[in-house]
Design a protein around this ligand. Structure first.
Ligand code: ADP
Length: 500
């Protein structure tokens, strides 16, 4: 049974590789047997020079080294071992015989870690071996961890270097600000160029103050989105430079951590010039289109009047389609020009003291014919409010919202126009019982050419510009416009305006 156990122990992977050096073969045999039985792999040599060669060729985990040997004594062998890179870190335990002149100090100075005395006490030898092998293993582990750590530090430093270079030389304006308070920690040269400020003027300031008033709400939404998704890409915002110039930028945000503080990395793309060219192009094309379209509708009207002869029924039908299409194109061109003029400030908002009730009545009366045709009832719930606004532009906004309400409501439905005072603000609502708007479109429909359904422009005669115009007009009044909706039940558009 004992022999079986022993052989099993021998077949297992050895606990450690031991090199034993002693000029007395009996000693070596004893050591070797003792250690092999305990699961160690033992290499035995009787000469220092052979031991050195063996240790270099296949470094053992630990060396047991006799002090007294002819040719080269233990201290010398140990010094050679410690002088060589390959064997330097192998723990050496000296073996001394009772009665030998053993110089412990010399042994430790030569690089030994411990000593054992002959005749061997099995338990003592094993205990010392075990201790030094454990220390050695821990040292190796520590070394490996250190190497890994150093590698990680080197990689991190290289990554930081790369980031710093990209940050400094990037043509896009970049800023790093704390997430909570928005305080600017770092900005690059392009940011300073775009903003017109010096570094000293912006560091420590709240970055949100550089986004223009109308963009502040959108900026808050972008921050919130960044909180849940960690990054946000290409959000169009307006940025105000030191000289007061409004720049259109595409903002991308990324959440990062700097020294334990949650921060935002804000990368901007200044598209002001691109936008200007785009708008100029659109308005140029629109102007060019308007004249021929006006004369075309004149010609079609003339045909329709019958003054040039009577058309067949089929001809009448085709003429009606042509008139409907050309009218839609004229609306589109007019809306494009209108939006461009409002945005560029060519149309000024001229607020005057105004009673809201007559304005609301005028808006419902204007839409009455359309409502009757669509068999939709328009109701008015006015409230006596007086505030400063541009009546023509507000009328344009209200009729646009009413017209949408009527357009997207089935016959028999209701569109309600209501005004109320809420604290220091006036709230106007246009509520319909129509098809509703999907949640993911509640924001985007206020952007130009955004429609819930691509077929809306064809089937409902719209241009996708009405709400963009409304939003610009309302924001020019320092107000807010938004929509809430339940699919299949209806939508409510809100306009909130300051009373003073
Ligand atoms: P349009 O000229 O197409 O009506 P708008 O900018 O006024 O352009 O509206 C954009 C889109 O928003 C519409 O095409 C429609 O898809 C959606 N929409 C606007 N108002 C309503 C409403 N009251 N009910 C349902 N959808 C609406």
């Amino acid at each position: 049974m004992f022999a079986k156990l022993m052989s099993r122990e021998r077949n297992q992977t050895p606990k450690a590789d031991i090199l034993a050096i002693d000029d007395t073969p009996e000693n070596l045999a004893l050591l070797s047997q003792m250690l092999t039985e305990k699961g160690y792999k033992v290499r035995s040599v009787t000469k220092g020079s052979t031991a050195l060669r063996g240790a270099k060729a296949a470094p053992p985990d630990l060396i047991l080294l006799d002090v007294k040997m002819p040719e080269m004594n233990g201290y010398e062998v140990c010094r050679y071992l410690k002088a060589d890179e390959r064997t330097r870190n192998i723990p050496v335990i000296f073996i001394s015989a009772l009665g030998d002149v053993f110089d412990k100090v010399k042994a430790f100075q030569a690089g030994g870690v411990d000593y054992i005395t002959k005749p061997f006490q099995v338990e003592e030898v094993l205990a010392r071996l075990d201790t030094h092998l454990t220390i050695r293993n821990l040292q190796l582990k520590l070394q490996a961890q250190n190497t890994q750590l150093q590698q990680e530090i080197a990689e991190k430093t290289a990554a930081e270097d790369k980031f710093a270079k990209a940050f400094r030389s990037c043509p896009n304006p970049i800023a790093i600000a704390t997430y909570e308070s928005g305080h600017l920690l770092e900005v690059n040269k392009s940011f300073l160029q775009m903003s017109g400020y010096s570094e000293a003027e912006v560091i420590g300031k709240d970055i949100s103050q550089y986004y223009s008033f109308s963009a502040s709400e959108k900026y808050d939404q972008v921050l919130q989105k960044c909180q849940t998704e960690n990054f946000v890409r290409n959000q169009e915002l307006e940025f105000q430079s030191k000289s007061g110039q409004i720049k259109t930028i595409l903002l991308s945000l990324e959440l990062i951590e700097l020294g334990g503080t949650k921060c935002t990395l804000q990368i901007m793309n200044d598209i002001t010039e691109r936008k200007r060219l785009e708008n100029e192009f659109i308005s140029l094309v629109s102007h060019e289109l308007r004249t021929p379209m006006t004369s075309t509708i004149g010609a079609l009207d003339l045909l329709n009047s019958g003054q040039l002869g009577t058309l067949s029924d089929r001809g009448q039908q085709i003429l009606k389609v042509a008139i409907r299409n050309i009218e839609r194109l004229i609306r589109l061109v007019n809306d494009i020009l209108d939006l461009e003029r409002i945005k560029s400030g060519k149309i000024t908002i001229e607020p005057v003291n105004c009673d809201l009730v007559p304005l609301l009545i005028q808006a419902t009366e204007t839409m009455q014919a359309m409502a009757e045709k669509a068999q939709v009832q328009v109701l008015l719930e006015p409230s006596t409010v007086s505030l400063r606004l541009d009546p023509d532009r507000m009328l344009q906004t209200l009729t646009n919202l009413l017209s949408n309400g009527i357009k997207f409501t089935e016959p028999g439905g209701i569109v309600k126009l209501k005004a109320s005072v809420n604290g220091d603000r006036c709230q106007i609502t246009v509520q319909d019982t129509g098809r509703g708007i999907p949640e993911d479109k509640l924001e985007s429909i206020f952007e130009r050419f955004h429609q819930v359904d691509a077929s809306d422009s064809r089937s409902k005669g719209g241009t996708g510009l009405g709400l963009a115009i409304c939003r610009h007009i309302v924001e020019r009044h320092n107000g807010k416009i938004w929509v809430e909706s339940v699919l299949g039940k209806g939508s409510t558009f809100y306009i909130s305006l300051p009373l003073n």
